[in-house]
Design a binder for this molecule. Structure first.
Ligand SMILES: N[C@@H](CCC(=O)N[C@@H](CS)C(=O)NCC(=O)O)C(=O)O
Length: 237
């Protein structure tokens, strides 16, 4: 049996969290070797296993892959989450890149100084509400299917669900004007408000994702002051 992929990152969401979501949704088991200190990071660097001296790094199929998108794309190809042809792949990439832009703001804002942080949260919510969520609502409206591309689960759907959950952490009402996105994230409502999600298998009703959303999974909790300080020490910023 092939070895499980091994993730190298700190014990926080950061850039690795989207990779965790992807593999969880694909039902693929992975292991994590957490970086707890700057010495742990320096050890990886001096071992020569971080091509650009950065993490995330994932050991998989004899490779030591860095660059989050490269890692995501490899797993998406491997687990059939990357469309059936070039055009589907282009759409999946286009949607995923939009979501990655929103995600970048989400990853970085906890490290902003007071004042800037609040402004960036407001900006992120504004962008989610007026730019990204309307665009994805329109995609679902245009084809009436359950998944963004080709009526089949892809990395773009998984990234979208992740971003819905992230944005709902900041504002539980953020999907108020997006009924189709509410259905995508319906497990959230099911879980917290005991509403049924209908008979269709929505993305967040998938058993693999449900499992990931439950306590005790490899999903990382929201960042708090303690984890911010720990990350600052590891990466020295
Ligand atoms: N484009 C890279 C950026 C990686 C990155 O900035 N990693 C941070 C941790 S989240 C890091 O290793 N910083 C240390 C450094 O850049 O020296 C990716 O997406 O993987």
């Amino acid at each position: 049996m092939a070895e499980k992929p091994l993730f190298h990152y700190d014990e926080a969401r950061g850039r690795m969290e989207s990779v965790r979501w992807l593999l969880a949704a694909a039902g693929v088991e992975y292991e994590e070797k957490f970086i707890h200190t700057n010495e742990d990071l320096e050890k990886l660097r001096s071992d020569g296993v971080l091509m650009f001296q950065q993490v995330p790094m994932v050991e998989v199929d004899g490779m030591k892959l860095v660059q989050t998108r490269a890692i995501m794309n490899y797993f998406s190809s491997k687990y059939n989450l990357y469309g059936k042809d070039m055009k589907e792949r282009a759409l999946i990439d286009m949607y995923s890149e939009g979501l990655a832009d929103l995600n970048e703001m989400f990853i970085l804002y906890p490290y902003d100084p007071p004042g800037v942080k609040e402004a960036n949260i407001a900006l992120m919510k504004e962008k989610a509400t007026n730019r990204y969520f309307p665009a994805f609502e329109k995609v679902f409206e245009s084809h009436g299917q359950d998944y963004l591309v080709g009526n089949k689960l892809s990395k773009a759907d998984i990234h979208l669900v992740e971003m819905i959950y992230n944005m709902e952490e900041l504002d539980t009402n953020i999907l108020a004007n997006f009924p189709l996105l509410q259905a995508v994230g319906s497990f959230f409502f099911f879980f917290f408000f005991f509403l049924t999600a209908g008979s269709e298998t929505r993305i967040s009703d998938m058993p693999t994702i449900k499992k990931f959303l439950q306590p005790g999974s490899q999903r990382q909790p929201p960042v708090d002051e303690k984890s911010i300080q720990k990350t600052r020490k590891i990466f020295k910023f």
